[in-house]
Design a protein around this ligand. Structure first.
Ligand code: NAD
Length: 485
């Protein structure tokens, strides 16, 4: 099947498209217009069973992990190349299905190609150790694949996160069953087509579409699954961890966040305002790393707020098809309702809404749009400062001194990401070490690099994706001793 003619009909199992066994489908819609894009198969437990058994049989036959490393790496590299070749096509899918501005979607697809390329190069660099033990012989370790990995994906960065899981899982020699979010199923199906075109053996990469409560649940509970890699909300992730307990499945979780952006008075304020804006409004705020709590040192608080609000008012909220759009719609009408509910909560808690939080009319009335909202007069215990709103809503709060900044930053059940802005290098490192977060950027809003570990502390998750460390989460360490005589 050729990816430029990708069909979204059917589950991708064993290199073929198959309908759900009970024939059920559900529409996936364009969040900007409400139009139906495609009817998508809804897998039930029997379909999930077929997908997992197919992945298991493929693994057991050794058709992937027994392949020589160079050949495996070359197939992953061909997937990267095809993604780059089809960037326009894949970006359109991602933009329509997820409501992303087309320019942002193109950037994401480029990042997916980079991910496959990185792990293509990793395949023949995974090795064990020889250990000088107190015995007459040699002790060595091997990194072994696990078998079938269940990869459960959220809707906010569908193909990016699929790549973060599929590429290292395959580099390690596993076979996989991917479960995309029900709101954004299309790009994972397109990837399945493209992987076959790149020469990946059938049955190595399978995709089941459908609801979390039926398809996701059946996948997480399947006895032949050896590892679950989940990205999504802390609430669902908690349940997945319990599901993994049966059968002692390996589990890694990338969950919610409520990251702090700490701005000291010596920061370069204009650069910081522009960067902080994208750190919260990128993907319409539907970003686990969104730095939606901005803490600003008191001497520059008023200036920062004024500049941030002025720039927020110029954010171009619009149709994702326009090259100049800076912010698209929220993913679904019900998700927008939940974000609007937080706007009401913020207003009622006594925070001062300085702009935004409105539903636009005109061209945008059919989509799930919302203008970005900025609050001042917030306190750390308010719900809009504690809970993951997952929309374009930000609170800006003053602090006095380093110790208070750290205390406010750590006053959260989450610990995923964050930033700090200062020109004092000693303070930068002291604060970076003290903030309880898995990732942090200094004088920058970007902490996502495919070569470096990504993941959270506290209720933001367990385990790390990206970098060589991700390979550890898709493998077991085997210890072998061989006697000299
Ligand atoms: P979600 O938890 O609702 O769903 C995530 C996935 O789990 C979907 O594929 C869904 O169908 C599936 N699912 C739902 N119920 C299930 C069940 N009972 N068993 C198995 N699977 C089930 O999350 P979402 O709304 O798609 O995404 C938004 C959330 O994801 C936010 O909380 C965000 O912070 C988080 N997220 C975290 C990261 C990270 O790396 N830490 C990255 C992106 C998104």
């Amino acid at each position: 099947m050729v990816a430029t003619e990708a069909t979204f009909e059917g589950l991708a199992i064993g290199g073929k498209r198959v309908a759900a066994s009970d024939g059920r489908t559900a529409p996936t819609t364009d969040p900007a217009t409400g139009e139906i894009i495609a009817q998508v198969a809804q897998a039930n437990a029997a379909d999930v069973d077929l997908a997992v058994k197919t992945a298991h049989a493929t693994y057991s036959a050794g058709r992937w992990h027994d392949m020589h490393t160079r050949e495996r790496g070359q197939i992953l590299q061909r997937i990267a190349n095809l993604i780059r070749e089809r960037v326009g096509f894949l970006a359109q899918i991602e933009s329509r299905d997820g409501g992303k501005p087309i320019s942002a979607a193109r950037g994401e697809i480029g990042a997916v190609a980079n991910t496959f390329e990185y792990y293509a190069g990793a395949v023949n660099k995974i090795h064990g150790q020889t250990i000088p033990v107190n015995a007459n012989g040699t002790h060595m370790t091997f990194r072994e694949p696990l078998g079938v990995c269940a990869l459960i994906i959220p809707w906010n960065f569908p193909l990016v996160i699929t790549g973060w899981k599929v590429a290292p899982a395959l580099a390690m020699g596993n076979t996989v069953v991917v479960k995309p979010a029900s709101a954004t199923p299309l790009s994972a199906l397109a990837l399945a087509d493209l992987a076959i075109e790149a020469g990946l053996p059938e049955g190595v990469l399978n995709v089941i579409t459908g609801s979390g409560s039926v398809a996701g649940n059946a996948l997480a509970l399947h006895p032949l699954v050896r590892k679950i890699s989940f990205t999504g909300s802390t609430e669902v992730g908690t349940g997945v961890m319990k599901q993994a307990a049966d059968g002692i499945k390996r589990v890694s979780l990338e969950l919610g966040g409520k990251s702090a952006n700490i701005v000291f008075a010596d920061a370069r304020i204009d650069q910081c305002v522009e960067s902080s804006l994208w750190a919260v409004y990128d993907n319409a705020g539907q970003d686990c790393c969104s730095r939606s709590r901005i803490l600003v040192e008191r001497p520059i608080y008023d200036e920062f707020v004024e500049k941030f609000v002025n720039r927020t008012k110029t954010m171009k909220v619009g149709l994702p098809t326009s090259e100049s759009t800076e912010m698209g719609p929220l993913i679904t009408a019900s998700h927008r309702e939940s974000v609007v509910n937080y706007i009401h909560i913020g207003d009622e808690e006594g925070a001062k809404r300085l702009c935004g939080g409105e539903i636009p009319n005109g061209d945008l009335a059919k989509g799930n749009f919302l203008t970005p909202a900025v609050y001042s007069n917030v306190t750390s215990n308010m719900r809009i400062m504690q809970e993951e709103v997952f929309g374009p809503v930000v609170g800006i709060m003053p602090f006095d001194g380093e110790a208070e900044a750290i205390r406010f930053a750590n006053d959260s059940p989450y610990g995923l990401s964050g930033s700090l802005w200062t020109r004092d290098i000693g303070r930068a490192l002291r604060v970076a070490r003290a903030v309880e977060t898995g990732m942090l950027s200094i004088n920058s809003s970007s902490s996502v690099h495919i070569e470096a570990p990504f993941g959270g502390m506290k209720q933001s998750g367990i385990g790390r994706e990206q970098g060589m460390v991700a390979l550890e989460h898709y493998s077991e360490l085997k210890s072998v001793f061989i006697a000299n005589d």
